[in-house]
Design a protein around this ligand. Structure first.
Ligand SMILES: *Cc1c(COP(=O)(O)O)cnc(C)c1O
Length: 836
């Protein structure tokens, strides 16, 4: 037993925990900062690294969280309340220091305290690396949800993985994406507390054995396994100025201290020790694929590792408090599965209840189906997870047996409902038959859950009409919608201090908790004095963004131009390509002298491509190659600029959203489940140009059609066009698109690399282009012209901008979480005893 898990006879007595509250004023903070800087981190006058001021300040602020963390845990324990757990392979938390100081209302005290020491809070906060434990929207949603749960004082714990390497850092070299490893833990992570006392043991491999116990019951044992330890690291999640601090528990994989005895005895000491490495690989790296799965064994290991460790953690706590009586377990616990990534939880919860806690099948199944809830995040069939049965058999043999048993009982239920409907049985089976049979994880999640939700109204409707139609016919009551939201603390109050102050002055301060109060702003759209201030704030935010663009891309964005922004993962369905075609069209107009009544524009595009996604990487190249030609042509001066911002991430978005005029949300209708970037832009007063896709539809409903630039086919239009879509006819009949294609095909943007963009050209001209880029070109160009015209009328544009913020209240993740809670979790808020 290592020293960290060894128990001692004498526990620290109560007076150990009887501490006076820590000071929240500037002097107290400066005092603690000095203590950590000098005594704990041992720094002296030669301050060379920005790292230690950050460490000292983070530790000072963390102490204040620690007090509230303890009282929150006590309040939950004492109330015996029902709890929910958010299981997610990704949590894209963003920087913690500025969030903690803001949510604790310590900004002023910290800034003043630091100033007495000759330091600047903003400068120190900006040195914090982004913990990038997520790919994009799905991981960021998990982070917004945790913020809202803590703010609403709901007993919700996040469970995830503590990847050693987060999302890769993106560098652009000669226009191409290059991935660099993100070893974010190298400098230490002051926001986590290791909790080795809650370590769990996770099984892999081996085989199963069946025998009967003394009561004649069949008992299955999973033996000869290769076990891995799961060590939890807890990260505090502060609520907004309410003394609640919830927990995000991240698991790290570690080897057991056992050796492979055969190897060991054969004298292979070093080989035996080296084997331990394999165990630690499980949480080594985040898979950088957004919206696509690639069937790698290590990924399935990660999924099971998270599911098993988290469920064991909750069950151990249950047994500590209730013994082996599980009769109230489902009443008091609920697990929300963030997509199918943790869907193996369905079988794993069954396994733990059956094999480890000796419940009968029916009782275990009843508990499972009453505690699990599943959120779907995609409409792309290729992104629906499937795992080969043979991989399960080899890696998780006991889990596979349970999945087969669940499937057999489920198919009996289907057969009873639709006698003789063999085709339906085949369609609905958890196992897809074929030469390499697959486990359908989404179906496993649906069968094992009491709730299945989509993340925007259109998405939820398309799910029950399409992908999950058979299941909807069987269990209509399970299906529901929960339109996504984002936290207004990080995405408005923190990232846009100028607008925050104006809002506080104009409509009071209640909006940070009750974002619907932003609607009070609507009638100020007619107040010209307010409009002038609104405009000045936007221009200041654009100046801050332009400075970043200058530093990162070497491109100058003039502030009087419209800032037209598309930042998100690079994917064909998101259609960055359509954006580029518009830029080429504008460039072509400039070259033809068609610039009367021109609206100057700066187009910013950013986002990472999955390292193995060829087309996405080629699109990044095209963006950079077009940008280079446009920016260096003297004809575009004052009219058009374009830049690709490298390494798009949370902290960059905190600068981009406040400085954006026009938000590009131009996915092929029916493909973007919800989008959340669209909501961050709207809150910060950007106007959207977008398709009727995902939450864009609800954004337009809220803000009104006059304040949204709509274009493109509907989801139904896209589907009914399939089969007779003819992009070549569209190109031939549209002079503007024809000229754009001519420029592309002439190699104008790739002078010395002939054929470089042929795959892109072919995809646009392909009648089977799933994203129908050419179909929406004309409509997009016209919407862009309406946007340009609107921008030239400053008063009109500012009015639209104000109304976008005013009607963004619905997109607070507080509203989303209140909906989850009302319909799925049914938790009571629990307030901790205030500290001091
Ligand atoms: C909000 C956010 C996303 C999601 O953007 P979408 O436009 O909804 O795809 C992705 N990455 C980061 C860093 C974000 O902050």
């Amino acid at each position: 037993m290592s020293s960290s898990t060894k128990l001692i006879k004498n526990c620290p007595n109560d007076s150990t925990f009887d501490l006076p509250p820590l000071s929240l004023d500037a002097d107290g903070i400066a005092h603690d900062f000095k203590h950590y800087y000098v005594h704990t981190f041992g720094r002296d006058r030669q301050c060379l690294s920005a790292h230690y001021p950050y460490q000292a300040l983070a530790t000072t602020v963390r102490d204040r969280l620690m007090e509230r963390w303890k009282t929150t845990r006590q309040a939950y324990d004492e109330s015996g309340c029902r709890r929910a757990y958010y299981l997610s392979l990704e949590f894209l938390m963003g920087r913690a220091l500025s969030n903690a100081t803001f949510n604790l209302d310590l900004d002023e005290a910290v800034a003043r305290g630091l100033r007495t020491l000759g330091l600047e809070l903003e400068e120190i906060a900006s040195t914090e690396p982004d913990p990038g434990l997520g790919n994009g929207g799905l991981g960021r949603l998990a982070a917004c949800f945790l913020d809202s749960c803590a703010t609403l004082q709901l007993p919700v714990r996040g469970y995830g993985l503590r990847y050693e390497y987060g999302m890769f850092r993106q560098v652009i070299e000669n226009g191409a994406q290059v991935e660099e490893p993100d070893h974010w833990l190298r400098e230490g992570h002051p926001w986590e507390i290791e909790r080795p006392e809650f370590t769990q043991r996770i099984q892999f491999g081996g085989r199963t054995e069946t025998h009967r116990d003394q009561n004649g019951r069949i008992v299955v044992r999973w033996v000869d396994t290769h076990d891995v330890l799961a060590i939890p690291y807890d990260v505090p999640v502060p609520g907004y100025r309410n003394d609640t601090v919830n927990t995000l528990r991240l698991w790290k994989a570690a080897a057991t201290d056992e050796f492979d005895l055969d190897e060991f005895n054969a004298g292979s000491y070093t080989e035996s020790v080296a084997q331990k490495n394999a165990a630690e690989h499980i949480t080594m790296v985040l898979y950088p694929n957004d919206a696509s799965e690639n069937g790698k064994e290590l990924r399935l290991r990660q999924q099971y590792f998270l599911a098993s460790a988290s469920l064991k953690d909750v069950l151990r706590d249950w047994i500590r408090l209730h013994g082996h009586d599980f009769s109230r377990f489902a009443e008091l616990n609920c697990f929300q599965l963030n997509d199918t990534h943790p869907a193996v939880s369905v079988a794993e919860l069954m396994r733990q209840l059956l094999d480890e806690h000796h419940l009968e099948w029916n009782e275990a199944w009843d508990i499972t189906r009453r505690t699990l809830a599943y959120t779907n995040h995609t409409l792309l069939p290729e992104a629906l997870e499937r795992w080969p049965v043979r991989l399960f058999r080899q890696l998780l043999p006991r889990i596979l047996e349970i999945i087969f048993e669940i499937n057999a009982r489920f198919l009996d239920e289907v057969a009873l409902r639709w006698p003789g409907d063999i085709d339906r049985l085949r369609r609905m089976s958890l196992i897809e038959e074929g030469h390499d049979p697959q486990v359908r994880m989404a179906y496993l999640a649906i069968v094992g859950s009491f709730s299945v939700n989509g993340v925007a109204a259109l998405h939820s409707r398309l799910l029950v009409e399409g992908l999950f139609r058979d299941f909807y016919e069987l269990w209509p009551e399970k299906f529901n919608n929960k339109t996504n939201g984002v936290t207004p603390r990080r995405w408005l109050a923190m990232c846009n201090p100028g607008l925050r102050d104006l809002l506080n002055e104009t409509i009071g301060t209640g909006w940070t908790r009750h974002l619907e109060q932003l609607s009070r702003l609507a009638h100020y759209a007619e107040d010209s004095a307010l409009r002038a201030r609104w405009h000045a704030i936007k221009q200041a935010n654009k100046a801050r963004l332009a400075e970043q663009i200058h530093d990162l891309c070497g491109v100058d964005f003039p502030l009087e131009a419209m800032f037209d922004v598309q930042v998100k993962r690079i994917h064909e369905y998101k259609r960055q390509l359509l954006n580029v075609l518009h830029v080429i069209h504008l460039y072509n107009r400039i070259k033809h002298g068609d610039t009367a009544d021109w609206t100057p524009r700066c187009i910013l595009i950013g986002g990472k491509a999955a390292p193995g996604y060829f087309m996405a990487k080629l699109i990044i190249k095209l963006i950079n190659y077009v940008a280079r030609v446009v920016n260096k042509d003297p004809a575009t001066s004052g009219l058009l600029r374009m830049a690709f911002v490298p390494d798009y991430r949370v902290s960059l978005m905190e600068v981009i959203a406040p400085g954006t005029d026009l938000s590009e949300q131009i996915s092929t209708a029916g493909k973007e489940a919800s989008g959340t970037g669209n909501m961050k832009f709207m809150m910060n007063g950007a106007v959207t140009i977008g398709t009727l896709d995902g939450a864009n539809i609800e954004i337009r409903d809220q803000v009104g059609e006059d304040n949204f630039f709509l274009f493109g086919l509907t989801a139904e239009g896209v589907e009914s066009l399939r089969g007779h879509y003819d992009p070549n006819v569209i190109i031939a009949n549209d002079p503007a698109l024809r000229e754009v294609m001519n420029l592309l095909e002439s190699g104008y943007f790739n002078q010395f690399e002939g054929g470089l963009f042929d795959p892109i050209i072919h995809s646009i001209r392909n009648p089977h282009d799933p994203w129908m880029t050419a179909a929406d070109f004309r409509s997009y160009i016209e919407a862009q012209e309406r946007a340009a015209l609107a921008y030239r009328d400053r008063e009109r544009w500012v009015r639209m901008s104000i109304l976008n913020t005013a009607h963004s209240g619905y997109f607070s993740s507080d509203r989303t979480i209140a909906d989850y809670n009302r319909d799925i979790w049914r938790l009571q808020p629990v307030a901790p005893r205030p500290v001091a």
